[in-house]
Design a protein around this ligand. Structure first.
Ligand code: UT7
Length: 332
C-alpha cells in the first residue's frame, strides 16, 4: 500500500458583513486611503459586530459550510484544531467551544497559536494525525477576531487588521495528492517586535494594564517587515527547490496577506507572475490565521486536481513556513 497523504477535501469560509473602509478610517485616525493603499494594498476589512460574539461564532459558519458542502455530519469529525491568537476566552480552548457549537461530539480538539503562520502549523500538525492513521477526518480552522485586540486610535495597526475565518477538511488518500512537504520555522527572539503586552501570566490584566492600552497588538512595523519579506520569500523558494519545482510547475502561491509588498517580493523570488498569486488583502486586510484558508475558499472554484500550490506565511513569534500542497479534487 502507498504512503498515506493528508488531502484537503473541502474548504469553508466566513467573513463578517460590516466593511471598515479606508474612507471610514480616515475619519477615525490621521491616515489617508492613499497611504494605506500604497503601503499595504488594503482597501477595506471586515469587522465582527454584535454583543457576545467571538472567534468561535465566525468559525461555526465556516465549519458548517464545509460540512454541508462535503455532505458529512459533525459527529464524523475525529479532531478539530483551531488556529487563533484571539480565542473566545483565555481558556477553555476555542476549538472546544466550536466542537460543542457544531455538534462534533466525537472529536477531540485543541487550539494552536502560531499567529499569522497558525493555519500552516495547523495543517502540518493535522497531516501527522492523518498520515499515522490515527484520524480519518480532521478539521483545521484558521480564525481571528483581530478587532478585539486592536487599538482604533493607533493608526500604525488599526489600518492593517480585520476579522475572518476559514476551515479545511483533511482526509487520508494513498494517491499522490495532499500535503506533500512542509517547512516550519520559529525564532522566539522576534517576540520583542510583535506581541500583546498584558493579559498573560507575566502581566495579568489590571486597571493599570488597561489604562496603558497593553491589551492591544504592539507591532514595530518596519522591523517585522524586514524579517517577513526576507523569510517568507526564502522559505517559499526553499520548498520549491527541495521538491524540484520550477515556477512553471506552481499553479498558485497562497500567501499570508499581511502586506502586498511582502507578497510581491515572495512571488518575485519564486519567479512567478501576479496571475499565479492569490490576493484578497484589498478586501479583507490581515485576518492573521484566517488569511490563507480564506484565499483557498475564494479560489476553490478555479482549482483542479493535481494543481501544485505553495502556501507561505510569516508572523508573530516569529513563526514562518511553507507548505507544498497538491490539490486533490476538481471544484465545480
Ligand atoms: O502579519 C504578521 C506580520 N506583520 C507584518 O508582516 C507587517 C509588516 N510590516 C508592514 O507591513 C509595514 O511596516 C506597515 C504597513 C505596518 C507600515 O508600513 P511602513 O512602510 O513600514 O511604514 P512605517 O512604519 O515606516 O511608517 C512610515 C511613516 C511614519 O511617519 P514618519 O515617521 O515617517 O513621519 C509613520 O508614522 O508613516 C507613518 N504612518 C502612517 N501614516 C499614515 C504609520 N501608519 C500610518 C497610517 N497613515 N496608517
Amino acid at each position: 500500500m502507498g504512503k498515506i497523504h493528508a488531502a484537503l477535501t473541502g474548504i469553508g469560509g466566513y467573513v463578517p458583513e460590516y466593511r471598515l473602509t479606508n474612507q471610514i478610517l480616515e475619519s477615525m485616525v490621521d491616515t489617508t486611503d492613499e497611504w494605506i493603499t500604497s503601503r499595504t494594498g488594503i482597501k477595506e476589512r471586515r469587522i465582527q459586530k454584535g454583543e457576545g460574539l467571538g472567534t468561535s461564532d465566525m468559525a461555526v459558519h465556516a465549519v458548517n459550510e464545509l460540512l454541508q458542502k462535503r455532505g458529512i455530519q459533525a459527529d464524523e469529525i475525529d479532531l478539530l484544531i483551531c488556529c487563533t491568537v484571539t480565542p473566545d476566552m483565555v481558556f477553555p480552548a476555542t476549538a472546544n467551544i466550536i466542537t460543542d457549537k457544531v455538534g462534533a461530539k466525537n472529536a477531540f480538539s485543541f487550539d494552536l497559536m502560531a499567529a499569522c503562520s497558525g493555519f500552516l502549523y495547523g495543517l502540518t500538525t493535522a497531516s501527522k494525525y492523518i498520515e499515522s492513521g490515527a484520524c480519518k477526518k480532521v478539521v483545521v480552522v484558521g480564525a481571528d477576531k483581530m478587532s478585539s485586540i486592536i487599538d482604533y486610535e493607533d493608526r500604525a495597526t488599526c489600518v492593517i487588521f480585520g476579522d475572518g475565518c476559514g476551515a479545511a477538511l483533511l482526509e487520508p488518500t494513498t494517491e499522490d495528492y495532499g500535503i506533500i512537504d512542509t517547512i516550519m520555522r520559529t525564532d522566539g527572539s522576534g517576540r520583542v517586535h510583535l506581541h500583546q503586552k498584558a493579559g498573560g501570566s507575566v502581566k495579568p490584566a489590571s486597571h493599570a494594564t488597561v489604562d496603558a492600552k497593553e491589551h492591544f497588538v504592539y507591532q514595530e512595523g518596519q522591523a517585522v517587515f524586514k524579517f517577513a519579506v526576507t523569510n517568507m520569500a526564502e522559505v517559499s523558494a526553499e520548498i520549491m527547490e527541495k521538491n524540484n519545482l520550477t515556477s512553471e510547475d506552481v499553479r498558485f502561491l497562497v500567501p499570508h496577506q499581511a502586506n502586498k509588498r511582502i507578497i510581491d517580493a515572495t512571488a518575485k523570488r519564486m519567479g512567478i507572475g501576479s496571475e499565479k498569486v492569490m490576493l484578497n488583502i484589498e478586501k479583507f486586510g490581515n485576518t492573521t490565521s484566517g488569511t490563507i484558508p480564506l484565499c483557498l475558499w475564494e479560489w476553490e472554484n478555479q482549482l483542479k486536481k493535481g494543481d501544485n500550490l505553495i502556501l507561505s506565511a510569516f508572523g508573530g513569534g516569529f513563526t514562518w513556513g511553507a507548505i507544498y500542497l497538491k490539490w486533490g479534487y476538481d471544484s465545480k
